[in-house]
Design a protein around this ligand. Sequence first.
Ligand code: SAM
Length: 278
Amino acid sequence: MIRGRQGESIEHKAKKQFGQNFLKDSAVLEKIIESMPKTKNKIVEIGPGLGDLTQKLLSQKDVIAFEIDRDLCAILKKKFEKEIEKKKLTLICEDALNHWKEKLIDEAYDLVANLPYYVATTIILRALKDPNCKNIVVMIQKEVAQKFAAKSGEREFSSLAVLAQSAGEAKILFDVGPESFEPKPKVTSAVLLIKKKRSLRDSMFEKFLKTAFKQPRKTLLKNLSAGYNKEILKNTFEKAGIEPTIRPHQATTSIYHRLYNFLEKRTIDGREKQSSAE
Ligand code: SAM
């Protein structure tokens, strides 16, 4: 049973199926607020839970929050009655992924959230594609944050890092131990910042990267040969000046853009383009 902060009479049994690990450490909550990019954008929070982060966010800006759990929604409606009335908080009691079409909301926003682990990667990938999402500050499992923030050459460099770097700049701001949550998760968390410069528009590029990183220990050439003719690949590597022995984590994001451009005759924003080395 989770109890509310002092003076609150909230009791709620955390639901595992919704990834409920509530952040109860006010120093961490403050650090998240300090990490937010200084923009005029609205704030979207996915999974306000018991509303501790929401409360801090509301001290900065108006918030639109999506909560899947009806029981938590009832608690939040009571807790933020005034803010909802004044339209400072818009609470949408729905699965954020069901609500999300191309855009999650109709105006520019920054996503700030302590995300449920089980859908964190899906949510971040949606946010990278959403043209209205401008920045992402999210607490997620540290291991996943590393996959998004790794640099080329590092062991963790993955298709997620290429996608994040294709949209902007990604970095891990700080780690958060299990003791900061209730109930305690089994893993360490980290706060990931992605400052977007553009939105990903081409879902084929994502598929291309899945093929490229399928077997991380094999060479990039070998992985790509599952989807492309080996001779064409060899020629492409040669023309683009890419070593045939390179492994997926050793190639840079711009190499991936170039290879994609050569092999699919498309740029990563979905435009048709005749191959040329950039
Ligand atoms: N923000 C709160 C905090 O920091 O303590 C709660 C974070 S908890 C890790 C994740 C929250 O996301 C839970 O409240 C959970 O019910 C909610 N949630 C899970 N899946 C969701 C979804 N698909 N759409 C919206 N909310 C979701």
